[in-house]
Write a protein that binds this ligand. Structure first.
Ligand code: NZQ
Ligand code: ZN
Length: 419
């Protein structure tokens, strides 16, 4: 009888020996920098003014399309700033997949008003827009050049956040992702000065989220862990386990909040899970992947789909396409995260069962499973694959991914699998 794979049997030790002998990737040196103060818990939004008073004279209050007004959060933050004597200008109207045009408006406003800190009240889109403004204020040319040409950024206005949706992890990350609507491009950029100095996270604020936004957020934070977890780097036991535990806790509590958005305890688990999913603690010492994000940004850039929904569609297909590159890694995921049981001698079926369970989890969350559910047809798949790998721009191809390098033909194949 074949040996059974149980959750506690560390598959990686049995199979990664081969990888070690070939000399591939032992734990990498790293430099971990996470300077954000996280103020977490009930009613914490009322502390915003007092927390900012010592570090800001005039603040730009930046927010989205209306949820903060509807929930009363805008009034609470404005009252907190006034109470502490923090002056502020304001700029609302950030759209999901934040647009460059509003960023430029924000830069002009900050310069005109002599703002010295940007307070983003919202989700990833608002925070990323704030970060773009923060670095744009000190940049002489077009802020888009920083994203497109990867210009170094040494200085930016400090950014603080009051988080309203756990998802992007931007409240503690050094990244900003912005859409250039004219060029139909969505690009990310990361630099240490963009890491927020302060993020206020009150999970009570998440209770007003509609189900689709809850699901999108969960898919995104899970993807942030996947992008770090799936690696050819070996001897990274601690971060393996941190990734696996964080994924399990997020999934368990996601199924609770999607049915009961008033469950504060479950939101606390997801709220902090989303933050550590992307502050890079879980990725230190590991070669990271990021192919799914690269592929998804092309969907958002052209079709304006929610980032998390796009990731939910692409990720299981990516897993199916690449798992032969490192089957033990995917078997470990199937067993330790998805609770799959099976035989070591049938690793393929263990892995496929793990991926099937992930699809089932996304389905239970109400997430889409195909590009067509996102309203994406086949007419631009090749264009998106070429944009994602840069060949569309007439420059040398930049394959996506770390675990397996994906050329544009591979990306196209994954898009087709997801149709
Ligand atoms: O605009 P409002 O009216 O506020 O509505 C928002 C928006 O429509 C709504 N919402 C937010 N909080 C709410 C709420 N509705 C009710 N109650 C609340 N408490 O949710 C919608 C989505 O908001 P958005 O900020 O777009 O969501 P998310 O946090 O998922 O951010 C997505 C963006 O982050 C980028 C994505 O590419 C995307 O553009 N990312 C940023 C990263 C980073 N900076 O590190 C990493 C990620 O991988 C990601 O790429
Ligand atoms: Zn993401």
């Amino acid at each position: 009888m074949a040996a059974r794979v149980t959750r506690r049997i560390p598959i990686k030790y049995r199979f990664n020996e081969k990888i070690d002998r070939l000399g591939i990737c032992i734990v990498l040196n790293f430099n971990f920098y996470a300077p954000t103060r996280i103020v977490f818990g009930k009613e914490t939004q009322h502390e915003a003014g007092a927390l900012l008073k010592p570090i800001a004279g005039k603040v730009l209050l930046h927010y989205g399309g209306g949820s903060v007004k509807k929930s009363g959060l805008y009034e609470q933050i404005a009252a907190s700033l006034k109470k502490s004597g923090v002056a502020f200008a304001e700029l609302g109207g950030v759209k999901p997949n934040p647009r460059l045009a509003l960023v430029k408006e924000g830069i002009a406003l900050c310069r005109h008003e002599n703002v010295d800190l940007i307070l983003a009240v919202g989700g990833g889109s608002v925070i990323d827009s704030a970060k773009a403004i923060a670095m744009g204020v000190f940049h002489d040319g077009d802020v888009w050049d920083i994203y497109e040409q990867r210009l170094p950024v040494k200085k930016a206005l400090p950014v603080a956040t009051v988080l309203t949706i756990p998802a992007a992890g931007s409240e503690m990350s050094g990244a900003s992702v912005v859409t250039n609507e004219e060029k139909q491009m969505k690009l990310g950029y990361a630099a240490d000065p963009l890491r927020p100095v302060l993020s206020v996270v009150n999970p009570e604020l998440f209770s007003t989220l509609p189900k689709n936004q809850i699901a999108n957020g969960v898919a995104d934070m899970m993807s942030h862990i996947f992008e770090r977890y799936f690696t050819n780097t070996t001897a990274v036991e601690l971060t393996d386990e941190l990734c696996e535990a964080t994924l399990r806790v997020i999934m368990k509590n996601a199924l609770i909040v999607v049915n009961d958005p008033s469950n504060y305890q479950a939101w606390c688990e997801i709220g902090f899970g989303g933050t550590i999913a992307h502050n890079d603690l879980l990725g230190v010492g590991r070669a990271q992947d990021w192919a799914c994000h690269g592929m998804e940004h092309e969907l958002s850039a052209i079709y304006d789909v929610p980032h998390g929904a796009g990731l939910a569609v692409l990720t299981p297909n990516w897993m199916e396409y690449v798992y032969n590159e490192n089957p033990p890694m995917f078997a470990q995921f199937a067993v330790n995260v998805m609770g799959t049981r099976g035989s070591y001698r049938e690793m393929d079926s263990v892995i496929r069962e793990g991926i099937a369970r992930l699809r089932e989890f996304f389905r239970k969350m109400g997430l889409p499973a195909t590009l067509s559910e996102l309203g994406i047809g086949d007419s631009k798949l090749e264009l998106m694959a070429k944009k994602a790998t840069k060949v569309e721009y007439g420059i040398e191809e930049r394959p996506l991914g770390g675990l397996r390098k994906l050329k544009w033909q591979d990306v196209l194949e994954i898009y087709k699998m997801a149709e």
